[in-house]
Each structure stands twice: as structure tokens, then as C-alpha cells.
Design a protein around this ligand. Structure first.
Ligand code: OSB
Ligand code: MG
Length: 376
């Protein structure tokens, strides 16, 4: 059994090593909420992947902070629970706010792994000792700049290249990339940039033999994706639309996609991520682990999740140095020349959190304890 004695919330501000542009906007630095839990002398961390603006999902770091403070920390503090699997129950009265919930739930799983002295990956049911890695390459200032980025990623060994796309940065770009690299695993991610009038335009991409087209239409849609999938040879992969296991079942049944991107924050924590993974596995739908420009804390959790068997396609979980000049964990996440990350076999996440570095990056903090609340 675990009892959470204290919750520490922090906001850290971290500049990205390289700007990241998607169809919904440009990110140059991140404001990130971290959750640190204390239980019986142990400490565990969780990262909230909500962005600064509600452009990818309706949550932001500020809504997550509010929910953490007013609902989630009070629900968790003092509760006596066996582990992370109990969090969905504790939080069930709160509708939505899945990224905020995931930051807490994932920290509790991490704590449980430490208490049981097992690797987090093993606790989650993972079986893979190495995970295949891809990269997500943002929209670049020029085609030449993009080709250079791809060159670098391939030279580093990454197994799949995903191109962010939007109107004006799609067909011509795919043509140039395919012209230069006819055989690489290539995919694209539109983050909902297209509409029904674009179906014929998207169908032209079949000639590029993309591994998948990620979330071409509305962020909350299954029906029109199903209409589009009927007109494509290329597989659709859903990201934004899949909030939970039931969404995955609906999307699979309606043939809205043939591949699912699982982001543990988007689905509300490890319990639901495992449920989506299992539902997809039972129906022969491969999944891969998405990324949200995480620090090492979220990245370590993504690695543990990616060790589950049906994470069979290369994910967006890549090396720390692609995002940060200096990460907040030790060792930093590295990718081998074969484009693989080793799943740590140490206790817990297998990484150490660098408190000194976090301290320097912290711009806001709050501590809550059972029966008392202290603002620092
Ligand atoms: O749609 O997968 C996405 C980043 C922020 C928001 C949404 C997405 C992304 C990425 C980056 O593609 C993945 C990563 O490298 O972390
Ligand atoms: Mg995506």
C-alpha cells in the first residue's frame, strides 16, 4: 500500500534547442508543470504534457495547474492505495483534464515501481528491452532546411521520419523527400489541418507510399476520417481523436484509422494507455508512442510505456538532445546508431531526476500536504 504524504507542483520554463512548428503554431520554449510526490521517504515525479496554449488539446499548463491544486492533489493526498492503477478511480469525478490527471497517475506508478523495487516498464506489463525510434520533424523555413534535418536524423539512425504538414507544406515537400529517399519509412502529421474539400488532394499522397497520415481532419472526429480512409490506400493514424479505450474501439470498428498513436497524457495516464494498447492489440491494430516535446521525466515514462508488445512501430520518442541543450534527468536519453532506445532495467523509471537543474528552471511552486497546505 502507498499513502501520498505530499504533492509538490512546479512550473519550469525550458527553451527548446530548436523551434518546433506544426500546422497549429510555433513552439520555441515550454512552460511545463511537474508533479513530485512523496510517500514514506520515496519521491516520484510526473510531467504534465499540456501546452502553453489550448491549440493541440483544450488543456493548458494553467488549466492543469488549477485542476492539480483544487481537485487532483486533494483527491490523492492521504488516500491509501495499492498503486497507479487506482488513480482513475480517485479522479473519476473530474471530467476531462486528462493531461493533468496523467501527470499524477504516472508519478504514482513510478512510486509503486520504486516501492516494489521493479522497473516501471515491467510493472506496466512491458516485454521489449529495446524500442524502435523515429523523429517528428517540424515545418521548416525552407525545403533545403528540411532535407538537411532529415539527412541528420537518418545519419543518427532514426528508423522513421515523420513530417509535419499543412496546406502549402505537403505534396511538393513529400515529392522532394521521396525523390531523394525512395525507400525510407516516411509519414506525415497534419494535426487537423484538412477538411472534406481536401479529400482528393490527400488521395494524391498515395503515390508517396507513406506509412501513415496522422490526424488529417478535425481533432475530435471519427466519421469523416472513416469516409477519408475508404478513399485512401495509405493508412490513417489517429492521434488527437483518441481520448480513451472506447474511442479506440469506435475508430477501429468504423475503420477511421488502421494505426493508433498513443500519448499517455492525451488518454489520461498509464491505465488508459494500457487499455488502448490492449484493445488495439486484440484487433490487430499496431500502435506507437507519440511525443509532446517532453523533458526527460515524461520521456522516461514514454520509454517504459513503449516496452509493451504492441508498440510495434517506431515512435516519436527520441534523444534528449533533439529537444534540450541539457535535460533534467541523468543519464540523458540516447538513441543508438540503429535508431533504438534501451529500456532501463533499474528500479523505477531507471533515470535520476536532476533536482539542481529543476530548481534553476522553476518559476512557480506549491506544496500540499495531508491536512495542511503550504505555499512556498
Ligand atoms: O501531433 O504528435 C503531435 C508535438 C506537440 C504536439 C503534438 C505533436 C507533437 C509532435 C512532436 O509531433 C513529437 C515529439 O517529438 O515529441
Ligand atoms: Mg500527432
Amino acid at each position: 500500500m502507498l499513502t501520498i504524504d505530499a504533492v509538490h507542483l512546479r512550473e519550469i520554463n525550458m527553451p527548446l534547442a530548436f523551434p518546433f512548428e506544426t500546422s497549429f503554431g510555433m513552439t520555441t520554449g515550454r512552460r511545463i508543470m511537474l508533479v513530485e510526490l512523496e510517500s514514506d521517504g520515496l519521491t516520484a515525479w510526473g510531467e504534465c504534457v499540456a501546452g502553453e496554449h489550448p491549440y493541440y488539446s483544450d488543456e493548458t499548463i494553467d488549466t492543469a495547474w488549477l485542476m492539480a491544486e483544487t481537485e487532483l492533489a486533494p483527491a490523492l493526498l492521504g488516500a491509501e492505495i495499492p498503486g497507479g492503477g487506482c488513480c482513475p478511480g480517485l479522479f473519476k469525478q473530474v471530467r476531462g483534464h486528462r493531461m493533468a490527471k496523467a501527470a499524477f497517475e504516472n508519478a504514482v506508478w513510478d512510486m509503486e515501481a520504486q516501492q516494489k523495487k521493479v522497473p516501471l516498464a515491467e510493472l506496466l506489463g512491458g516485454t521489449r528491452s529495446i524500442i524502435p525510434c523515429g523523429v517528428s520533424i517540424g515545418i521548416q523555413p525552407s525545403k533545403q532546411a528540411l532535407l538537411e534535418k532529415i539527412d541528420e536524423a537518418l545519419a543518427a539512425g532514426y528508423q522513421r521520419i515523420k513530417l509535419k504538414c499543412k496546406h502549402g507544406w505537403d505534396t511538393k515537400i513529400f515529392e522532394a523527400v521521396r525523390g531523394r529517399w525512395p525507400d525510407i519509412l516516411l509519414s506525415c502529421d497534419a494535426n487537423s489541418a484538412y477538411r472534406v474539400k481536401d479529400f482528393n488532394h490527400i488521395a494524391e499522397w498515395d503515390e508517396f507510399k507513406l506509412l501513415m497520415i496522422e490526424q488529417p481532419l478535425w481533432h475530435d472526429d471519427f466519421y469523416f476520417h472513416s469516409m477519408l480512409q475508404k478513399q485512401l490506400e495509405t493508412s490513417i493514424c489517429l492521434d488527437e481523436s483518441i481520448r480513451n479505450r472506447r474511442d479506440a474501439l469506435a475508430a477501429i470498428d468504423m475503420e477511421s484509422c488502421r494505426i493508433i498513436n498513443i500519448k499517455v497524457g492525451r488518454v489520461g495516464g498509464f491505465s488508459e494507455a494500457i487499455a488502448v494498447h490492449n484493445a488495439a492489440a486484440e484487433r490487430g491494430i499496431p500502435v506507437w508512442c507519440g511525443g509532446m516535446l517532453e523533458t526527460g521525466i515524461g520521456r522516461a515514462h514514454n520509454i517504459a510505456l513503449s516496452s509493451l508488445q504492441n508498440f510495434s512501430l517506431p515512435g516519436d520518442v527520441s534523444a534528449s538532445k533533439r529537444y534540450w541543450t541539457e535535460d533534467i534527468i541523468e543519464p540523458e536519453v540516447t538513441v543508438s546508431g540503429k535508431g533504438e532506445i534501451e529500456v532501463p532495467d533499474g528500479i523505477g523509471s531507471g533515470f535520476t531526476v536532476r533536482r539542481d537543474r529543476i530548481e534553476k528552471l522553476t518559476v512557480r511552486r506549491q506544496t500540499m500536504r495531508v491536512g495542511a497546505r503550504v505555499t512556498a
